[in-house]
Design a binder for this molecule. Structure first.
Ligand code: SF4
Length: 354
């Protein structure tokens, strides 16, 4: 059982972020913000996939104007992603952003950061303050050696948090980003030790979905297993719904999110397999694709380990020569010939789901 790190609770519209609340999945739109129709459509798909917060980039005045309209059309709190421009930050806050993402390091003037803080306080907007490894430079504005980066990122974060707290603003979520899994883990551990604000976890520039999956799962999974992380985003090039699915899978694997769809367990197969396990598993997966309940089904290639594994599944198929045994909650309920396995499974699934 994972013990979450104790943090403050931050309100992002109706969504709470922090140790008293479930870990929040978020993602980002990837269509032009000014294309309001497509943006709203993508937001709705993300919500359907499991996002509780959606972030939108607002690089121009036209984007913040579109943001104001999008806020009115969706049922999810929106985060405005701001870089470089204090005006965009304030426009987004006034447009109804529930939270803004800000890297104070790229807002040049201190008085502009203070203006943003004051606007956020007035509109009850939370702020995620971020430090990016790529933007860390030493006092001579030179790139910093790898082994010194965590200390420097932490120092930057301390400086920003002090600035916000001195302005009496504590509706903060902290994030430190790197594209390197080890340094992401290291800096987030350091931030978790130093502050009691919720942490946004992500591995930045992780790659194409197929390349991002394992590094993201390792990085986020390691931190989450240590109780670190209160909102997560998996970053991958491509459809953000895929990011959301990956984020959900990471949380489900750690027992931090209830599964809402069927889970298929398949033995890896070996020389004992009595049947084409992969072919059968693919057929079973297709059969289960229309089910939206968290039922657990196991497909096992033989009766050596099959019954043991079947005990943890709602339904299990254990193959034997030209036939299969069907188990329900670990109890053998029928024996069917190989060509009747799928129809028997369908029948049992219907019985199980009522
Ligand atoms: S269930 Fe049987 S076939 Fe599958 S991996 Fe285990 S021993 Fe091999």
């Amino acid at each position: 059982m994972i013990k979450r790190r104790k943090t403050k609770t931050i309100e992002v519209g109706p969504v709470k972020i922090g140790s008293c609340a479930p870990i929040v999945i978020q993602s980002m739109t990837k269509v032009p913000t000014v294309d309001i129709t497509r943006c709203v459509k993508q937001i709705n798909r993300l919500v359907q996939a499991g996002c509780k917060l959606v972030r939108i980039a607002v690089p121009t005045r036209a984007d913040t104007a579109a943001f104001a309209k999008i806020v009115q059309k969706v049922n999810v709190p929106l985060i405005a992603d701001v870089h470089f421009s204090p005006d965009r930050a304030i426009e987004a806050i006034e447009a109804g952003a529930a939270k803004i993402r800000l890297n104070p390091g790229n807002i040049k003037k201190r008085k502009d950061i203070l203006r943003i803080i004051d606007a956020a306080r007035m509109h009850k907007t939370a702020i995620r303050i971020g430090v990016n490894e790529a933007s860390i430079r030493d006092l001579k504005k030179q790139p910093v050696p790898l082994q010194e980066r965590t200390a420097l990122m932490l120092r930057e974060m301390k400086k920003y948090v002090r600035l916000f707290e001195n302005r009496n603003f504590t509706q903060l979520v902290l994030s430190a980003k790197s594209s390197d899994p080890s340094r992401t883990i290291e800096i987030n551990r350091a931030i978790a030790k130093t502050f009691d604000y919720p942490i946004h976890l992500g591995l930045t520039h992780a790659g194409l979905p197929e390349d991002a999956q394992i590094p993201s799962a390792i990085t986020l999974g390691t931190l989450l297993a240590e109780g670190i992380g209160d909102t997560i985003r998996v970053s991958a090039a491509g459809d953000p719904v895929e990011e959301t699915k990956m984020a959900k899978e990471i949380l489900i694997a750690l027992g931090l999110h209830e599964p809402s769809t069927p889970e298929l367990i398949v033995c890896p197969t070996c020389a004992r397999a009595e049947i084409d396990v992969v072919k059968l598993a693919r057929q079973v997966k297709k059969t289960m694709s229309t089910i939206d309940k968290p039922v657990r089904v196991a497909v096992m290639g033989c009766v050596v380990n099959g019954p043991g594994e079947a005990a943890d599944a709602d339904l299990a198929i254990c193959a034997a020569k030209n036939k299969a045994f069907i188990y329900r909650s670990g109890r053998k309920i029928s024996v069917v010939p190989e060509n009747k396995i799928i129809s028997a499974l369908m029948r049992e699934l219907q019985n199980l789901l009522g």
